[in-house]
Design a protein around this ligand. Sequence first.
Ligand SMILES: [Zn+2]
Length: 112
Amino acid sequence: MPIYEYRCNQCKKEFGHLFLNLKEIKQVRCKFCNSNNLTKLLSSFRVHQTEESRLSEFNTSKPRGEDFYKDSRNIGLWAKKRVKELGVDLGPKLDEIVEKGRTGKILDEYNK
Ligand SMILES: [Zn+2]
């Protein structure tokens, strides 16, 4: 679902509009004055990153902040990235290990 932002040339206000279907785009009007004299702005809308793009942006040589591991999706990312860099292919086994790490189950196994 695209979100577009517009500036109204009539009242100079800016607003964003979420389009549920693409036909609406041609019919969009200013939310404030109902003018159709609009300039489309660059959207600030960002799609959620896929794991692939997180991996490619992720730099293992940079120190990670405290916030990094508050995002549980980042746990295991480091390991995956390192493994990829080293050219080791652990296949599904790695996913299994990472998944255990994410869910905390890996600790249970170490404590046995
Ligand atoms: Zn307006």
